[in-house]
Design a binder for this molecule. Structure first.
Ligand code: G3D
Length: 209
């Protein structure tokens, strides 16, 4: 039995996926995760370190890492890249002023070796806000069609109304499962099992904590 087969069999047993939620600060990462988890979204404080949430989604367990997106915290992002199966890039669709910054951060992430092969979901969040950019406008603004290195899609959503959040998770799970486990799911409701919080590891430290 080849090494690749052994690795695949082990992953099949675990049926776990590691999903990294990133994006500029204020994009709505924490709110999306809280909404998916049926938590109160009326009081959200900025993520200064990271939150980990575990969802059971269909036959899979998703370990989701939500890492703070302020400019000063972005150098820490690379400490969380190891073994990432999917990257969820959350965009504030109303924030036209920072779309260029958003594009540059995303494209520089995609050059990272440790994210090679990760599926990419772009969540065009805050669609409930009048005048926000559409998903096709954001697709162009972020130059998504130029991305050849990762399987990607863009889904418009709202963390406030819950629109398309489950659909986004479904895409992530199907994309990762078809690559790692050669199987897919149709649709399911996620169930939270636990939440953890932490402070960021230092950029010099290397590796996920
Ligand atoms: P972050 O984790 O990406 O930094 P947060 O972003 O989840 O902390 O959200 C930042 C602000 O955006 C919060 O407002 C939150 O309520 C709001 N927000 C998140 N998602 C949506 C959405 O889909 N629609 C709207 N209208 N607002 C959203 P405050 O006022 O607490 O800063």
């Amino acid at each position: 039995m080849g090494l690749l087969t052994i690795i695949r069999k082990n992953r099949q047993k675990e049926k776990e996926m590691r999903v990294l939620f990133l994006g500029l600060d204020n994009a709505g990462k924490t709110t999306i995760l809280k909404k998916l988890n049926d938590e109160d979204i009326t009081s959200i404080s900025p993520t200064l370190g990271f939150n980990i949430k575990t969802f059971v989604h269909g036959r899979y367990t998703l370990n989701v890492w939500d890492v703070g997106g302020q400019r000063t915290l972005r150098p820490y992002w690379r400490n969380y890249f190891e073994q990432t199966d999917a990257l969820v890039w959350v965009v504030d669709s109303g924030d036209r002023m920072r779309m260029r910054d958003c594009k540059e951060e995303l494209h520089s992430l995609l050059l990272e070796d440790r994210l090679a092969g990760a599926s990419l979901l772009v969540f065009a969040n805050k669609q409930d806000i009048l005048g926000s950019m559409t998903d096709s406008e954001i697709e162009q603004a972020l130059d998504l069609p130029s991305i050849k290195s990762h399987e990607w899609t863009i889904i418009s959503c709202s963390a406030v109304t819950g629109k398309n959040l489950i659909e986004g998770l479904d895409w992530v799970v199907n994309s990762v499962a078809s690559r790692l486990y050669y199987s897919t799911i149709t649709s399911s409701v996620p169930t939270n099992s636990e939440t953890e919080r932490g402070v960021p590891v230092t950029p010099d430290h290397g590796g996920a904590p």
